[in-house]
Design a protein around this ligand. Structure first.
Ligand SMILES: *[C@@H]1O[C@H](CO)[C@@H](O)[C@H](O)[C@H]1NC(C)=O
Ligand SMILES: *[C@@H]1O[C@H](CO)[C@@H](O)[C@H](O)[C@H]1NC(C)=O
Ligand SMILES: *[C@@H]1O[C@H](CO)[C@@H](O)[C@H](O)[C@H]1NC(C)=O
Ligand SMILES: *[C@@H]1O[C@H](CO)[C@@H](O)[C@H](O)[C@H]1NC(C)=O
Ligand SMILES: *[C@@H]1O[C@H](CO)[C@@H](O)[C@H](O)[C@H]1NC(C)=O
Ligand SMILES: *[C@@H]1O[C@H](CO)[C@@H](O)[C@H](O)[C@H]1NC(C)=O
Length: 444
């Protein structure tokens, strides 16, 4: 494993550029039309959010990571280094905390729940699951969320009853697979996970997850947090410019762990193919395949480890891991590296709000994993088959997606707020989904 290189440190530093002062015109454009967009933030006692953050340390959850260092900057984590304005050591599990902060600056908030089109529950759902997953409540993980429901029933029950929860939404910064353990007996041995998504109490609540089930019910996937959270338009634009100019000397990159088991699976096939590739087998690329070993989470809080190789690769492989999706899909889009998927559940069937389903052919490559594992299809040969101009065209489409998957920093400049980011698109999708639900239950 290489130590973090200093060249990339310098590469990632961008000078602060003061964005122009907003004009009144911009201001009023932003705030003007709140019709059908009003959101009420439900008041919850701090044990449902901020107090959970105080239990972030491993002393409470001996088998999970210590999340405490990553709770700074409202969940974006510490900056990668002191002079950085846009790059953070972000832990994707803290999306609930960051989302809450961003909600506070949403322009169409109302204190009147009856005037709202949607009700946000600032509950840190996945963070609160840690004491069920790893702690003393391991054997009662089917209870996860019931204390919240009890609170909603006992305090101002009219807010819930107004639409039976159909207008409520919350964030669950995890994979739905970890939260759909069957209810009923607390099975022995315990299955991994909690039953939050199986509780009928929350069936009506729109739940924003990082990964949804194959047949989602109340959940909708939204992008993982990357490490890039620019505070203004100039910093955003300068990154995109760097991505566009970056020389792509590697054909394909795989950043991840695993692939070492001997049973057939796509990560193993990729690893074998990569290990076997010659260092310089092509006039167009100095390297055909690069493997960045991210075993044991070594890349997770260190964007430098993966952003640099991604900036220099044309294609970034996204094989399914323990679950179908991976954060690296969003890192690769951020780096302008064309994602290569091996199954539709990895993204196409997940992030419909952010990455339109009908555009995957333009910005990504699909190679069915069965073809690779069982039919001897070579990923490298498929990717070598794209001409230089095809690759350039696809990369342009990837770059077009960048604003949609970035979570800009809280308190960003108004100039940057004119671009819809991952948060804005999530809110738009949520409002539309809730509207449709209310209409379908005849509960307008
Ligand atoms: C924090 O952890 C302590 C000890 O496990 C527990 O008693 C307390 O309820 C937890 N607080 C929250 C808000 O989860
Ligand atoms: C960053 O700044 C803080 C406070 O100014 C200082 O304590 C720390 O050593 C600096 N870290 C680096 C890596 O320069
Ligand atoms: C959960 O139950 C099992 C057996 O039913 C027991 O061995 C274990 O100690 C319990 N775990 C906790 C955290 O109470
Ligand atoms: C969910 O909505 C249905 C009607 O659409 C309602 O009958 C049910 O009681 C609601 N669930 C809860 C927990 O409010
Ligand atoms: C590795 O390369 C050798 C020699 O070219 C070849 O025979 C073998 O099939 C390759 N293995 C894989 C997994 O591609
Ligand atoms: C290099 O790119 C050119 C132009 O796209 C293509 O015709 C050629 O086949 C490529 N060569 C190799 C070895 O991949």
């Amino acid at each position: 494993m290489r130590p973090p290189s200093t060249t990339i440190l310098i590469l990632l530093i961008t000078t602060t550029i003061i964005s122009p002062l907003p004009t009144h015109q911009q201001q009023s454009d932003l705030d003007s039309d709140c019709t059908n967009r009003w959101i009420h933030i439900r008041h919850l006692p701090p044990q449902f959010n901020h107090h959970i953050l105080t239990n972030c340390s491993t002393t409470h959850h001996p088998f999970s990571d210590d999340l405490c260092p990553f709770t700074t900057n409202h969940g974006l984590g510490p900056k990668t280094h002191n002079q950085s304005h846009s790059w953070f050591r972000t832990d994707t599990h803290l999306l609930e905390h960051f989302f809450h902060r961003r909600m506070l600056e949403y322009p169409c908030l109302t204190s009147d729940p009856t005037a709202a089109d949607a009700i946000y529950l600032p509950y840190y759902t996945a963070l609160d699951s840690l004491h069920y997953l790893y702690g003393s409540d391991y054997n009662s993980s089917s209870q996860h969320g019931l204390h919240l429901f009890k609170y909603l029933q006992q305090n101002d029950p009219l807010i819930w009853n107004n639409h039976h929860g159909h207008d409520h939404f919350l964030v669950l910064a995890g994979s739905a697979w970890d939260y759909n353990q069957p209810l009923g007996d607390d099975n022995d041995p315990r299955l991994w996970g909690t039953s939050f998504l199986e509780l009928p109490e929350f069936f009506n609540v729109t739940t924003l997850t990082l990964e949804s089930r194959a047949y989602p019910w109340q959940e909708q996937s939204i992008p993982y947090l990357t490490s890039f959270h620019p505070p203004n338009l100039a910093l955003f634009d300068s990154w995109v410019k760097r991505v566009r100019m970056s020389k792509r000397s590697t054909l394909m990159l795989f950043a991840g762990g695993g692939g070492i088991s001997s049973s057939p699976n796509v990560r193993r096939s990729i690893r074998l193919e990569c290990d076997n590739s010659s260092e310089s087998g092509s006039v167009n690329y100095s390297k055909l395949c690069e493997f960045v070993d991210c075993s044991n989470g070594v890349c997770e809080h260190d964007p430098i480890q993966i952003m640099k190789p991604m900036l220099h690769s044309s294609f970034c492989l996204q094989p399914p891991g323990d679950t179908p999706t991976r954060r690296s899909t969003f890192d690769s889009i951020l780096a302008g590296c064309i994602p290569v998927f091996f199954e539709e559940l990895s993204a196409k069937k997940q992030y419909g709000w952010h990455l339109p389903e009908d555009r995957y052919d333009e910005f990504s490559v699909m190679i069915p994993k069965e073809d690779v594992v069982f039919r001897g299809v070579s990923v490298m040969e498929v990717l070598k088959g794209f001409s230089r101009s095809e690759v350039r065209r696809m990369r342009e489409k990837v770059i077009e997606m960048i604003p949609r998957i970035v979570y800009r920093k809280h308190g960003s400049s108004l100039g940057l707020r004119t671009k819809k980011d991952a948060f804005d698109i999530a809110i738009e999708g949520t409002l539309q989904r809730i509207k449709t639900r209310l209409e379908s239950v005849g509960d307008q």
